[in-house]
Design a protein around this ligand. Sequence first.
Ligand code: EPU
Length: 292
Amino acid sequence: MSSLDDFREITQRDVPLAPFTWFRVGGPAQYLIQPRHQDELIAVVRMCHEQGIPLRILGGGSNLLIREQGVTGVVIRLVNEAFSQIDVTGNTVRAQAGALLSQLISRTVKASLAGLETLVGIPGTLGGALHGNAGGRSGDISQFVSEVSLMTFKGETLKHSRDEMTFAYRSSSLDSSIILDAEFQLQPEDPDEITRRMRKLWIMKKATQPLSFQSAGCIFKNPRGLSAGALIEQAGLKGTRIGSAEISDRHGNFIVTDEHGTFDDIHRLIDLARGKVLQQFGVDLELEIEIW
Ligand code: EPU
């Protein structure tokens, strides 16, 4: 049976995770492991399963809030270039989970392939985007996926075709697996036309969201038929500040912080927004971000 010691070359102890998240808050990982290739990743996952060590995969950290006490067990980051390859063949694009969604979008637009440009401005990795079915008003990533390679937390690898996966608003059936890579079927189109559409979406986003501030995007999912941001605004909470964290005065569903941000300040604002919206409108907002 293998042990953590077998992976000492790629393991660091007590590594602060804050720099790997967009909120830049949170404590350390007991063990941070950065595998160099897929076989090593599989071996680490199997070892954690055998040893009963809790295991989490950290993507781009753009939808994540980490507690100050940090995380026990192993946190894996897929940052080696062996996990971020993107390959375009005809209308088919295959990309690995560690690739940045922004890189995937620019590669497909350059190849005159339309579809993924609707996801412009969404940060994070492809793995994270699939895990939470990232998207916006103009669609989500699930619309274009044809196949995903996965690994279970026991270390078994498998492939899922489109009809073996289910996606819903900001969630997917891939939640309980480690995503390795994915294939997309896209449509050829005039690149100027794709770029024009992408620019328009980007301008709209920049006008309505506090993109130049430290944040983790939208905090809550939109309740069916409603906008969480609008509800928070109607509850009079835009601009409310606790310590270093503030409910954005541009978009009510964003909390922005600065270099002094803490988990507690952000979490208290989340509780405040949730409590006020429940009290005033009877709507119980559900978190979109993950909390570790
Ligand atoms: N609105 C307000 N006040 C606010 C915010 C929004 O009145 O503070 C109103 C807007 O005027 C608009 C409606 O609410 O009439 C919807 O707002 P918006 O178009 O900004 O979209 P959203 O529903 O708030 C969703 C996604 C965003 C995504 C945008 C654009 C969720 C929770 N949010 O926001 O995703 O960027 O559409 O496609 O689904 C994210 O997931 O992290 C995220 C930012």
